[in-house]
Ligand binder design. Structure first.
Ligand SMILES: Cc1ncc(COP(=O)(O)O)c(C=O)c1O
Length: 465
């Protein structure tokens, strides 16, 4: 998170690249490519920074990790160990969180189209909060809670009508949004009537989330003003107290060396000051505040390793560098025009063997090692830099990972790293073109452990009848 030109956690020694103390070329040799690599040290460091700038600084606050950004059992256990709650948005994410041992009351369940089955799972498990996204949900939660003899605590997810300065697909707070409850007075009354008719539903407060990858605090502050105005109206017109205020996630990170990501305190300090000032002015109790960062915790903790398969020069136009992954393991450039920083971090010693190795079943560690043969190709640091386009392997022209990457003369067999891929890459991966999804390795202080194994061709057919 500090502003150096090297991505967080990367150290270069004798032109070898180390991430959290583990040599990246060795990881590619051992586990194959494409390969997601996550640094446990960075994840934990960010959790500590979150505690320092928010939880400890403002007693009574809570933080939920937005697990949609990156969810594995391994990661959920780390989050639990770090004492954070977990935000889930589906029955599947909830199931995994419970399997990982997350305490149900530490879970907040979101979604704009929750099914009855998901409500049943959530209420039966005893999740701490459900963020209500539409009127009917109040009655549906009531049915489920009454059936199980429980009281379910809820928040209203409100649409603050704020346009965040981010890509329109990751902007969620503007009025014309599929997420959240519009704050029209007539609408509001219907929600309050529903609460009165649902004795098993306990209204705790409000939630808003304005968008993702925000590099300024202005949208959060504007949304907060709207939410607090609504909270005052609830107190005045309906005698309803907002005990909790969840201000969502969206805190931006550094993707490119030239990016400047604000510190978390640049978001939360003015937000907390505004809440305190509102409470004093309105003479209303200070709500317990929460945030839900996803990307901010994991984005810079991850990178993806690829092997360069082909280099194709179109004279006078551009040079395409095709790698063995792409939109199947990282949809963000195609979906959001997301930008990434890339570097060559080593070479595959036996290109033919490793191409298949990354994909097929039964290629364990021992076999991978045996395919390594020494090569005397010049290391990347000795080659002149060129501007190239890094293309994925999928059958879509839009499958471009980086449009203008500056790389030392890329060659087939080179190992390429894309940095800051920890958020919304693994989580959004697909099997397009029947390409197996990559393995995921966690690194920590010089040690690596397989966290999610590579998919096999058999996995790909396992659901076909
Ligand atoms: C309700 C909610 N909370 C939290 C997040 C996490 O956002 P980010 O990963 O940008 O912090 C999202 C992301 O879409 C969200 O919809």
């Amino acid at each position: 998170m500090e502003s150096t030109s090297c991505p967080e956690g990367i150290e270069i020694e004798n032109s070898n690249h180390y991430f959290d103390g583990v040599e990246l070329e060795a990881l590619a040799q051992e586990y194959g490519t494409p390969l997601y690599v996550m640094s446990e040290t960075i994840v934990r460091r960010h959790c500590e920074a979150l505690r320092e700038s928010f939880l400890r600084r403002y007693p009574g606050t809570r933080a939920y990790y937005a697990s949609k950004a990156f969810q594995t059992l391994d990661m959920l256990r780390i989050i639990k160990d770090e004492g954070l709650g977990v935000d889930v948005v589906s029955g599947g994410e909830l199931y995994a969180a419970l399997k990982a041992g997350v305490v149900p009351s530490d879970i907040i369940f979101h979604g704009n189209a929750k099914t009855d089955h998901e409500f049943r799972l959530a209420v039966e498990a005893g999740v701490g909060r459900i963020a209500v996204d539409n009127l009917e949900e109040i009655y549906r939660i009531e049915r489920e809670a009454a059936r199980t003899g429980k009281t379910q605590t809820i928040l209203f997810r409100v649409t603050p009508g704020v346009d965040s300065h981010t890509h329109r697909f990751i902007s969620t707070g503007s009025l014309d949004s599929k997420f959240g409850i519009p704050l029209e007075p007539v609408e509001t009354t219907r929600y309050i009537e529903a609460l009165a008719a649902c004795p098993h539903v306990d209204f705790a407060g409000l939630h808003f989330h304005v968008g993702s990858q925000l590099l300024e605090n202005t949208s959060h502050l504007a949304a907060l003003r709207v939410a607090l105005g609504f909270a005052a109206r609830l107190a005045r017109d309906f005698g309803l107290t907002v005990r909790e205020l969840n201000m969502g996630g969206g805190f931006g990170i550094r993707y490119l060396p030239e990016d400047r990501a604000p510190a978390l305190s640049e978001f939360v300090d003015p937000l907390m000051a505004a809440v305190r000032e509102w409470s004093a002015r309105e003479k209303l109790p200070l709500p317990a505040c929460a945030i839900e960062p996803g990307r901010w915790i994991v984005g810079e903790a991850g990178l993806t390793l690829y092997q360069i398969i082909a280099v194709k020069e179109i004279p006078g136009v551009r040079t395409y560098v095709a790698v063995d992954g792409g939109m199947g393991d990282n949809i963000r450039p195609a979906l959001y025009d997301a930008k990434y920083h890339a570097a060559i971090v080593g070479r595959t010693r036996d290109q033919g063997a490793s191409v298949g190795r990354g994909e097929a079943a039964g290629h364990g560690r021992a076999q991978n090692r045996s395919s390594v043969v020494e090569s005397n190709v010049a290391t990347a640091s000795e080659r002149p830099f060129r501007t190239v386009t890094i293309a994925g392997r999928y059958c879509e022209s839009g499958d471009i990972l980086v449009r203008d990457a500056s790389l030392p003369e890329p060659r087939p067999g080179d190992i390429l790293s894309l940095f800051s891929t920890g958020a919304y890459c693994f989580a959004m991966a697909s099997n397009y073109n029947r390409v197996p999804r990559p393995a995921l390795v966690m690194v920590k202080n010089g040690k690596a452990r397989l966290s999610v194994r590579r998919e096999t061709y058999e996995d790909l057919l396992s659901r076909d009848i």
